[in-house]
Design a protein around this ligand. Structure first.
Ligand code: GLN
Length: 237
């Protein structure tokens, strides 16, 4: 987008994948854009609507197994997210949304096809991963430690075509070693919280990717910093 035009942020399938409060990611992005004087339009696209292909940022959240499988099926049939990614859109995919961006995932005991936009597969772990998640982000992204709350039964295995978003320092993430994935302008993570409230630097990274700006004006992050300090400390306890 050019700096004069409106940033368009799509929230994918609020009717299926809004179980874990991840819609907050959309609110944080719009807020942080507005603080920089960047007009942002948020668009909620239900699973019975066609997916816009020309938005700047696409967000997808966590959910239960059934809606996750249905969402994957509909997104594959629709094809809009594939087109948007091919045109350079930025993406933040969380938990169920993250798993379904991979090649395949397990839900309700069966294997489902994913979008294949991230080179990874997910299967089930022996235990459910529930609790604080913390990781050191890939240094190339220049971000402070990731903090989130995870709640998932799946485990994710990364292929050669993606880099781990972070190295786990508390919690499970993908497999107890790595957390999330990164490829091009697509980020996947197991972090709820919502992730962008707990990691405002990730929100700003998505905004920079979407606007093409090298840097954004600083904003007052006193409250976000307090939240981060509290949650990062809690994860160490
Ligand atoms: N249903 C998936 C799992 O349990 C994702 C859960 C979630 O989105 N929090 O692995």
């Amino acid at each position: 987008m050019s700096t004069e035009s409106t940033l368009r942020v799509v929230w994918i399938y609020p009717d299926l994948l809004s179980t874990y409060g991840d819609r907050g990611n959309m609110l944080i992005l719009a807020h942080r854009a507005a603080l920089r004087g960047i007009p942002a339009e948020t668009i909620e696209v239900r699973s019975d609507q066609p997916m816009p292909t020309t938005a700047d940022i696409y967000l997808i959240g966590g959910g239960e197994d059934g809606p996750q499988a249905l969402a994957a099926e509909r997104l594959i049939t629709d094809g809009g997210v594939h087109k948007a990614v091919a045109q350079g859109a930025a993406v933040l995919a969380v938990c169920a949304g993250y798993q379904l961006f991979g090649h395949s995932f397990f839900a309700k005991g069966a294997k489902y096809q994913g979008l294949g936009l991230l080179d990874l597969t997910s299967d089930r772990g022996e235990t459910r991963a529930v609790g604080e998640l913390r990781g050191d982000v890939d240094p190339r992204l220049g971000l402070p430690p990731l903090t989130g709350f995870e709640n998932h039964g799946g485990r994710t295995h990364l292929g050669e075509g993606v880099a781990p978003l972070a190295r786990v320092t508390a919690g499970i993430g993908n497999d107890g070693q790595t957390e999330g994935a990164w490829h091009g302008k697509i980020l996947g993570t197991y972090s709820h919280g919502p992730a962008l409230a707990r990691n405002p630097d990730v929100a700003d990274l998505l905004l920079r990717w979407a606007t093409g700006l090298d840097s954004l004006a600083p904003v007052d992050d006193t409250w976000a910093d307090r939240l981060r300090t509290e949650r990062l400390t809690a994860a160490s306890a």
